[in-house]
Design a protein around this ligand. Structure first.
Ligand code: NAD
Ligand code: MG
Length: 384
């Protein structure tokens, strides 16, 4: 029996992980689960999963959680402190599936107390990649990717030597606006942007996929997870989202991992590795798919992708600034305060302003990241 914490259990990845765990109740024992706001769902899942602890991030929902779980022996907690206390319980695996920067501190704390972090919360690596990886090394914690592309890379690397890897081919669906002209992109509505052609995901990552910031984030994620330079990562637009990514080796071989566009497989691989867990999801029908296509991304229309590369090249906390600006901009877009193209503009402008104010530094501790994140958010908020 492996013990597991699930951070962000009420979200899209969290709920996919619940489906996987329900098929393997003999192998995993659920310790703590956390949710942001949806206290009813959190309480229901705590009972269903037989969890030991349930933590609601929104403190105003604590009393509701208390009454929903009264009469059970499930311990409850709340707030940012509650998330950290959950992270401090020693477990075999922590599935990190909180969205955004909000997940950084609890996930970082888990690196010390969990043997393995199954990482969906990619913003941890975007905002604090170097520190995050160093912290994992320090505590001997394994980081297993849950992001489908990085799971694919990891799967394609099994049985090979990292140094024989020539290149990572990071596939991208291109999102709903892959073929839109710049002019058409000026009139994109929130409703259109929230409709991803292949994947069903949380709101923030769905918007990130539409702007291709998600691919930029994944490029940074790959950069920190695997021993490659930025130049060794190539984004390949593959609209069917069937190949989840590929590794090109020094002999010219390209190994790909294929699967249906659902998160179950990647989650199961991250928690089950080195074993594969049996899953009863619908199998891929290659005859139905019939064709796979590939094209180069257009970084002029999808400026977020080039901003991510720029942030990696700049180093220091440039990607922290980019992540903060993007979170502010996506939130504003979701509230109909700005247009779709404003998202990339706000990101670019925030980086420019942060550079002129010299707030992009080399972070030596998490506190430095937090300060830069706060300052970048303040800058971004002045831009709309
Ligand atoms: P989601 O919005 O569906 O769920 C996010 C979870 O985090 C929820 O449980 C929510 O309650 C919780 N949360 C939100 N704000 C919080 C806060 N301030 N404090 C504590 N908890 C908070 O998001 P998602 O689509 O499941 O994505 C989760 C993470 O996984 C993201 O980093 C995303 O980029 C990554 N990811 C998602 C998918 C996918 O298919 N959805 C695929 C790959 C990677
Ligand atoms: Mg992905």
């Amino acid at each position: 029996m492996k013990t597991i914490n699930i951070f962000g259990v009420t979200g899209s990845v969290g709920l996919s992980s619940v489906k996987v765990l329900k098929q393997h109740q003999d192998k995993f024992s659920v310790n703590a689960i956390t949710g942001g706001n949806n206290v009813e769902l959190l309480a229901k899942l705590a009972v269903e999963l037989n969890a030991k602890y349930a933590v609601i991030a929104n403190e105003t929902k604590f009393e509701t959680l208390k009454s929903l779980l009264s009469g059970t022996d499930i311990k409850i907690d709340c707030g940012k402190g509650g998330l950290l206390r959950a992270a401090e319980q020693e477990v075999d695996i922590c599935l990190a599936a909180i969205v955004g920067y909000a997940g950084l501190k609890p996930t970082m704390r888990s690196l010390k107390y969990a043997k393995r972090v199954a990482l969906a919360n990619k913003e941890c690596l975007v905002a604090a990649g170097e520190l995050f990886i160093a912290e994992a090394k320090k505590h001997g914690c394994e980081i297993l990717p849950v992001d489908s592309e990085h799971s694919a890379m990891f799967q394609c690397l099994q049985g090979s030597q990292n140094k024989q890897m020539e290149k990572i081919l990071l596939t991208a669906s291109g999102g709903p606006f892959r073929r839109y002209t710049m002019d058409e992109m000026r009139h994109i509505t929130l409703k259109q942007a929230l409709k991803h052609p292949n994947w069903n995901m949380g709101a923030k990552i769905t918007i990130d996929s539409a702007t291709m910031m998600n691919k930029g984030n994944e490029l940074i994620e790959a950069f920190y997870l695997f021993p490659v330079s930025l130049e060794q990562i190539e984004v390949v637009v593959h609209k069917q989202s069937i190949i989840h990514s590929m590794i090109q080796y020094c002999d010219g071989s390209i190994i790909a991992q294929l699967g249906a566009p659902e998160m179950g497989t990647a989650i199961a691989y991250a928690i089950g590795w080195p074993n594969r867990l049996e899953l009863d999801f619908k199998r891929l029908d290659l005859f139905e798919i019939a064709e796979l296509s590939f094209e180069k991304p257009d970084e002029k229309r999808f400026k977020c992708l080039s901003l991510s590369k720029y942030a990696v090249k700049q180093g220091g906390t440039c990607a922290t600034v980019l992540n903060a600006a993007n979170e502010v901009a996506v939130d504003a877009f979701l509230k109909n305060k700005i247009s779709f193209l404003n998202i990339a503009d706000i990101c670019e402008e925030t980086i420019n302003k942060a550079q002129s104010k010299n707030i992009i530094v080399n972070a030596s501790e998490l506190n430095d990241i937090c300060e830069v994140d706060t300052m970048a958010r303040q800058i971004a908020m002045t831009l709309f």
